[in-house]
Design a binder for this molecule. Structure first.
Ligand code: UDP
Length: 265
């Protein structure tokens, strides 16, 4: 046996079906829950594939240190942290360069939707804690962050929805696929995260790693748009669900009060 025998690489797609059973234009299973942290002003939990991420929003609050406050606008601070146990190989608890970069990227993706001019001299803090990572955490964070901001009652133009589109080439020819899983992210040949305010199709994030022909770019963008629209509908449903529960509780309490009043008469 040769010392460096080549191990045959298994395919990432076979007859249009990916390693996790999805078709090329399928999102991973997504679940969204709003308002799950009672001590935060706004919060959300997203499960996207095996990604599990908590988003918490505090504010608008006074800026510390005060000299960083802006007279005519509010500011957003964002912290993306990956738990040590979120990945296969334990991550160091020390903040990494990647976490600093992703904190900036997520902030820049959600900031354009906030009417920051309504909140002069204040700051809005956004915390993202990745409990389990499965590729595409930045997009999953953006989806959860915009829900947590809405849950906090922050004035916004729209929600922001995000998904990564990618290119896999095992076997050849390359295929453009929606919502890369961890293995597709690591072993694929292209990764394009897109974030958008879907109502006006305003893009707030477009990154790319790899190479795409102009036709592939068009295909990837259209596929991304499809995924973003599906995520947007799920985000709106998650918000409505929270308020439907509140309304139900109010109606139940009103009913209880009315029957108490009648029995006292
Ligand atoms: N990842 C990892 N260890 C790390 C950082 C990342 O295993 O220290 C994995 C994780 O599953 C992540 C994926 O690599 O989702 C891709 O990371 P990338 O930096 O491309 O950002 P993401 O795709 O999560 O937005």
């Amino acid at each position: 046996m040769a010392l460096f025998e080549t191990i045959p690489l298994t395919g990432l797609i076979e007859n249009g079906i990916r390693t996790d059973g999805r078709k090329i234009d399928d999102l991973r299973p997504v679940s969204l829950e709003v308002g799950i942290l009672p001590k935060a002003d706004g919060s959300a939990l997203i499960n996207m594939g095996k990604n599990k991420i908590l988003a918490a929003v505090f504010g608008p609050n006074e800026v510390h240190p005060r000299h960083l406050a802006k007279q005519n606008t509010g500011i957003v601070r964002c912290s993306y942290r990956m738990s040590t146990f979120a990945v296969d190989e334990r991550k160091s608890p020390a903040p990494s360069r990647r976490e600093v970069e992703l904190s900036m990227i997520i902030r820049q993706s959600v900031e354009p939707t906030i009417f920051l001019e309504y909140y002069p001299k204040t700051m809005i803090e956004l915390y993202l804690q990745v409990l389990c990572a499965d590729g595409g955490t930045r997009c999953a964070c953006i989806n959860a962050a915009s829900l947590a901001l809405a849950d906090a009652g922050i004035a916004m133009k729209d929600l922001v929805a995000a998904v990564a589109v990618g290119k896999i080439d095992r076997p050849d020819p390359p295929t453009i696929v929606l919502d890369l899983s961890d293995v597709e992210d690591k072993e694929g040949i292209g990764d394009m995260p897109i974030a958008m305010m879907p109502r006006n199709k305003e893009i707030t994030l477009l990154q790319f790693d790899g190479t795409l022909t102009p036709d592939e770019f068009k295909e990837a963008y259209e596929l991304g748009l499809k995924g973003i629209n599906e995520l947007y509908e799920m985000q709106k449903t998650a918000l409505y669900e929270k308020y439907a529960v509140i309304q139900e509780n109010i109606e139940q309490n009103n009913g209880k009060n009315e029957s108490e009043e009648q029995s006292n008469e």
